[in-house]
Design a protein around this ligand. Structure first.
Ligand SMILES: C[S@@+](CC[C@H](N)C(=O)[O-])C[C@H]1O[C@@H](n2cnc3c(N)ncnc32)[C@H](O)[C@@H]1O
Length: 391
């Protein structure tokens, strides 16, 4: 008999994306909110959530891993199935560990505190291989994901939320606020700032907390950022005669390292305060081969194409939204090599597909674990122009 809690769903064909391995089915059934079922988790999906099938219906269960047998309680429906929460674990994953954070079960900030770090890396390595499969590349050199030097206490900044009374993070899958006293991902210096912020309160909205008072973009994980800078210099194999264009340069995080290796760097950034910081460092280091430009990347690319300015290498590290129409503008400049760093696999894929169909070959694909305990992966890559006439 149906109850008013019954929820109907029809499994749709999943959209093509980095999670293209999802099964498709047309099974129709209903499950009731609050109903308990026992399922075997098949895999952790691209969004960091355990996925199982019950009578052909996809069930998403946060904080579960593949091959775990779990009894779950059905929660709300999503377009392709149901969300559920763990009631009990019948067969745990061999790499399951106790999550150290008291907020882990409710807080939406972390995905993987319940898995050992090697297992988190295994998932991320697999995701990078899925990405290569999705891009259809075979000859690419896929390097093992670079582990983070610190797996807790690594963040030098984070964004909290305030409802005017409480300060915390949004809960998993909702905009309900989970009040916190501290965050285990924050560095010791940041923990102090968080405690001060909670004590002083904040008006409703986002509350950005940083270790220091800098403004503009900084990479969140200082130790891992050092490894990423090294990776870039090693993998780019810059030549002393190279002229390099760096897009989205922030406060010069990569710029000064690149400048040591090449003839010239033109570095473009939209945020004037970041460039002001970069120019101060430039003056202090007396680096004469860097030109910082405060501008929109697309506009600058158009200007350079009109002036027929040539660059040997273009380095880009765009925000989550990716390169968008700047891809076409980059193609007009025809650099021999592109170093593309991204914090978003979806937009990275979209952009790299366009670059590949215009004659670039993906040579190196490297995951960088900038965000341990979460599903996020920084992707670093090297692309080379196969044949100039192809463009
Ligand atoms: C992911 S951050 C990278 C910054 C730098 N590479 C680093 O490692 O610190 C992206 C940067 O792009 C800048 N940005 C975003 N959209 C832009 C645009 N359309 N034109 C110029 N800069 C932009 C942001 O201000 C930010 O500094």
């Amino acid at each position: 008999m149906k109850t008013k809690n019954d929820i109907k769903t029809k499994r749709k064909k999943p959209s093509v994306g980095v999670d293209s391995t999802l099964k498709a089915s047309t099974a129709t059934t209903h499950l009731a909110r609050g109903q308990e079922i026992t399922v075997t988790i098949e895999k952790i999906n691209a969004y960091g959530v355990g996925e199982a099938y019950f009578e052909g219906i996809r069930i998403r269960v946060p904080a579960t891993a593949e091959q775990e047998v779990v009894t779950v309680e059905i929660e709300e429906k999503f377009s392709g199935g149901f969300w559920a929460k763990v009631k009990s674990i019948k067969k745990p994953h061999p790499e399951r560990v106790p999550a150290p954070c008291p907020y882990f079960n409710e807080c939406g900030g972390c995905d993987f505190q319940f898995l050992s770090y090697p297992e988190q890396l295994r998932y991320k390595n697999n995701e990078i291989r899925n990405l290569a499969k999705y891009l259809g590349v075979q000859d690419v050199c896929i390097k093992d994901v670079l582990p983070s030097p610190d797996i807790y206490g690594y963040r030098n900044r984070l964004s909290l939320q305030s409802d005017g009374n409480k300060i915390g993070f949004y809960a998993k899958k909702s905009h309900e606020l989970v009040a916190i006293k501290n965050c285990l991902l924050a560095s010791d210096a940041l923990q102090i700032k968080i405690a001060e912020q909670i004590k002083s309160g904040a008006p409703m909205g986002r509350v950005d907390v940083r270790e220091n008072d800098s403004s503009g973009f900084i990479q969140v994980n200082t130790g891992q950022n050092t490894q990423l800078q090294k990776w870039m210099i090693e993998q780019a194999s810059f030549k002393k005669r190279d002229h390099v264009l760096e897009l989205y340069c922030g406060a010069g995080n990569f710029t000064f390292h690149i400048a040591d290796k090449v003839q010239s760097v033109v570095a473009v950034e939209g945020d004037s305060q970041s460039v002001e910081t970069a120019r101060k460092v430039q003056k202090k280091l007396d680096k004469k081969n860097i030109q910082f430009i405060v501008s929109d990347v697309l506009e600058t690319l158009h200007d350079f194409a009109t002036q027929m300015k040539l660059f040997d290498v273009i380095v880009c590290d765009p925000p989550r939204s990716g390169l968008k129409s700047s891809v076409g503008a980059i193609l007009r400049l025809k650099p021999k090599k592109i170093i593309y760093i991204s914090c978003d696999r979806q937009t990275f894929c979209e952009d790299v597909k366009k670059l590949m169909s215009a004659g670039y070959e993906l040579k190196v694909l490297q995951g960088v674990d900038m965000f341990p305990q979460t599903r996020h992966i920084e992707v670093a890559s090297v692309l080379e122009l196969k044949n100039k006439r192809a463009i």
